[in-house]
Design a protein around this ligand. Structure first.
Ligand SMILES: CC(C)(COP(=O)(O)OP(=O)(O)OC[C@H]1O[C@@H](n2cnc3c(N)ncnc32)[C@H](O)[C@@H]1OP(=O)(O)O)[C@@H](O)C(=O)NCCC(=O)NCCS
Length: 325
């Protein structure tokens, strides 16, 4: 039987770095506060030529080059994002045009910070049904355009970037073993971003705070830890895999304290967890594929290793996935 495997990875980060010292000049905060509460030291901010689809396209081209697959041979192109270039057409269609993936059908997928894992699951379902398919999945975000740079509660957390994978079917390799995905839309008010042109009566009637990202940080923190712990426990139990059999865990990079709590509760040592939140902050749907690409290019992923992913984001959406490299 064919399984969904990763044929290549790529990522692209904007050139401009915004440090905690820079933020000290913009809002009432300090490097010490940000570092101890979040683990974030710098984040990247998109500039000219670094729009959502442009970052996505550069990441995609690197993944295609590693996979040895031509853009024209891609059958399906998915961009996971909550900050699309436009409302219509999708960022995926812009990427298609930019890289020449002329044979693909293309669409965006919004599951906030869980978008990449949701996208992997969708791709896996297509490839399971048609193993000769080649899927290009990109997570790409330009969150800097949608945070309120006067709100110290949120602006310190987020960054821009893109990561991509080329996926295909292969016999004799484990590939995607299982995924457990969840949503709970009842909790949307704890983390949301209204659309600029929205006439949403819910938000107009209660002193509307604009279209920036809004968050109740403490509640998000608590839910995130519990939800990811449960999702990981569920996928490991289903696959009868013990924590010490995991080669590398690549979690969504939201906050070092969330990750520390998760590692504690799961009993997974820090050296088995890929962490880059200090460099890029929370890049939402891009965070897992950026981390995956870095881990891959550093030679941290070995054939046969069990790789564990988990994520949590607005919606709420969350989930876990187990893959054999
Ligand atoms: C946002 C977060 C870092 C805040 O940390 P916290 O320990 O919960 O802090 P609180 O929100 O309780 O705020 C504590 C104090 O710090 C202040 N504060 C908030 N942001 C600050 C900043 N950047 N610099 C300095 N002080 C800040 C608050 O105003 C508050 O002050 P007060 O006590 O005078 O009211 C934390 O809640 C968190 O990480 N939540 C999860 C966020 C997340 O990952 N979201 C995305 C999920 S995908």
């Amino acid at each position: 039987m064919d399984h969904t495997v990763v044929l290549g990875t790529g990522s692209c980060l904007p050139d401009r770095k915004l440090t905690n010292a820079d933020l000290e000049k913009m809002v009432d905060t300090s490097d010490e506060w940000i570092t101890t509460r979040t683990g974030i030291r710098t984040r990247r901010i998109a500039g000219k030529g670094e729009q959502n689809y442009q970052l996505a396209s550069r990441a995609a081209e690197k993944a295609l080059a590693m996979a040895g697959v031509e853009a024209a041979d891609i059958d399906l192109l998915i961009v996971a994002t909550l900050t699309p270039h436009m409302m219509m057409p999708s960022s995926a269609c812009f990427v298609q045009a930019e890289i020449g993936a002329t044979g693909a059908f293309a669409f965006d997928l919004n599951a906030a910070c869980s978008g990449f894992l949701y996208g992997l699951d969708v791709a896996d379902k297509y490839i399971t049904g048609r193993p000769d398919m080649k899927v290009l999945l990109v997570g790409s975000e330009t969150l800097s355009a949608r945070v309120n740079w006067q709100d110290r509660n949120t602006c310190i957390l987020f960054g821009d970037g893109a990561g991509a994978v080329v996926l295909g079917g292969e016999r004799g390799r484990g590939g995607v073993l299982a995924s457990h995905l969840f949503s709970d839309g009842r909790l949307w008010r704890l983390l949301y971003m209204d659309s600029p042109e929205s006439l949403n009566p819910d938000l107009v009637q209660e002193s509307r705070k604009g279209c920036h990202l809004q968050m109740t940080g403490r509640d998000v923190f608590k839910y995130a830890v519990r939800a990811m712990e449960d999702a990981v426990a569920g996928v490991l139990a289903e696959q009868k895999v013990a924590v010490d059999e995991i080669g590398l865990m690549i979690p969504h990079q939201a906050n070092i304290r969330i990750l520390n709590k998760l590692m504690d509760r799961l009993g997974i040592p820090e050296e088995k967890v890929y962490i880059n939140v200090d460099k890029y902050g929370n890049t939402s749907a891009a965070s897992i594929p950026i981390a995956l690409d870095e881990a891959n290019r550093q030679g941290l992923l070995h054939r046969g290793d069990k790789i564990l992913f988990c994520s949590f984001g607005g919606g709420f959406t969350w989930g876990s996935m187990l893959m054999q490299w």
